[in-house]
Design a protein around this ligand. Structure first.
Ligand code: SF4
Length: 422
């Protein structure tokens, strides 16, 4: 379903860009290959008593937060289902996002979830997902979620370092993340974790620690966002005072690539990297490593690292074929052909011919001797018996170069501080 076809009640434009606990709700493919239909229900900042440094929901929500009644939720779900093709109804999720769901009073949680229940019972909705804070998870709340068959709970973890959490004003420590994850797991609910890169006090050592802790928690999926300075947030105030500097785009991409590699190696899915572009985000962004294709930048960086590693084994003067999935051509080239330019600088560009193969897994490369390649035009290769498939083998984190940016820092991303004008 495209944006224009969405029921008006589900549109986000014009609302706060606030970086709330729940990130974007990402559609996932169901076994039939169709994307899941995600029906979003916004509970924008309703009831959240906290003041996280990076969040601007309290200060800029000039318009009152929309309050969804049970009847409105029912109407929204019906409207989405009515406008959706049968094939996409194979997996339907209702997602509550925009606030910390379990911070709401229990009666309010009950009201919201009860509105979805009939659809769940009739098999028209297959999953209910919501996001919340780690310290707003306990047995009583999980009992309620279980009663309403909530199947996916996403925690805004942000970091697993106590000092970073403290300086970010989260109001909980890393132990709260571990405890909440364990309770969610005990209920057989799927666990998602949201991480934020570049919060005050974070460095590459702390990032490694966070990666290790997340791996220990074995979430079903992870989302990775760079910390952005949003108008009206505590970070914007610090930034104006010169007390906080966001990550550069290049550094943020490098850090996200590090996390993705670690999680890929452990079979933990990364379902989103970077915030979705929106008019509200453009309006509220003061500074920080936002890029509308942040995830692609990360994948391009990883592809370049893998390409260099493979080509390092090809002697100068020899040429081989590099095989990629057809859909990966743009991440192979990199943003504005940055990867190709870098390979040229390194003298590696003439050591390979690029081929595509529909059987090659996405985001992987394999190297084959050039003389095993049928044709010479970059078309599909078909089967290669002598091929050497390569995944993402460099899981050894000390080999990760956190600092070298393959993506040019986008200084235009750093706008004059607007916070004082609000
Ligand atoms: S918990 Fe923090 S980030 Fe989440 S909505 Fe409340 S203030 Fe914003």
């Amino acid at each position: 379903m495209d944006e224009g076809a969405r029921p008006a009640s589900a549109k986000t434009e014009g609302r706060s860009a606030a970086f709330s606990c729940p990130g974007e709700v990402e559609p996932e493919a169901c076994p039939s290959g169709n994307m899941a239909l995600v029906i979003p229900i916004f509970i924008l900042h309703e009831g959240c008593p906290h003041r996280c440094l990076f969040c601007n929901q309290h200060s800029i929500s000039g318009q009152p937060a929309p309050v969804a009644s049970g009847a409105e939720i029912e109407t929204t779900i019906r409207a989405w289902l009515a406008q959706t093709r049968q094939a996409r109804r194979a997996r339907v999720e209702v997602a509550f996002y925009g606030g910390s769901f379990t911070c709401l009073p229990l009666a309010r949680q009950d009201e919201l979830l009860a509105a979805v229940r009939p659809f769940r019972q009739q098999g028209m909705v297959h999953h209910i997902r919501l996001s919340t804070r780690p310290d707003a998870i306990d047995d009583q709340r999980l009992d309620l979620l279980a009663r309403h068959q909530v199947s996916i709970v996403e925690l805004g973890a942000q970091s697993c370092d106590d000092e970073v959490l403290r300086r970010s004003g989260r109001g909980h420590d890393a132990a709260a993340i571990v405890a909440a994850a364990r309770l969610i797991r005990e209920r057989d609910m799927r666990l998602g974790l949201q991480l934020m890169l570049g919060l005050p006090g974070e460095n590459s050592r702390i990032l490694r620690h966070t990666a290790g802790e997340v791996i220990r928690l074995r979430p079903d999926f992870v989302r990775i966002y760079p910390a952005l300075v949003l108008r009206g947030s505590g970070l914007a105030r610090l930034h104006c005072q010169g007390d906080y500097q966001p990550l550069s785009l290049g550094r943020a991409v490098a850090w996200a690539a590090y996390l993705k590699k670690r999680f890929d190696c452990e079979g933990i899915r990364v379902v989103r990297m970077g915030l979705q572009a929106s008019a509200a985000l453009t309006r509220d962004l003061v500074a920080g490593p936002h890029h509308p294709a942040f995830g692609e930048l990360v994948l391009a960086r990883m592809m370049l690292a893998q390409t260099r590693r493979l080509l390092a084994g090809v002697p100068a003067g020899k040429r081989c074929a590099l095989v990629i999935a057809a859909q990966d051509q743009s991440i192979f080239r990199g943003p504005k052909s940055a990867n190709l330019n870098r390979l040229r600088q390194l003298g590696l560009l003439d050591r390979f011919i690029l081929r595509t193969d529909p059987a090659q897994p996405r985001q992987t490369l394999r190297l084959v001797p050039e003389n095993t390649v049928a044709g010479d035009g970059g078309g599909d290769m078909g089967k290669q018996t002598s091929s050497r498939p390569v995944g993402w083998p460099d899981c050894i984190d000390q080999h990760h170069d956190f600092d070298r940016a393959t993506v040019a820092d986008n200084s235009a991303n750093s706008q004059p501080c607007l916070a004082s004008t609000t």
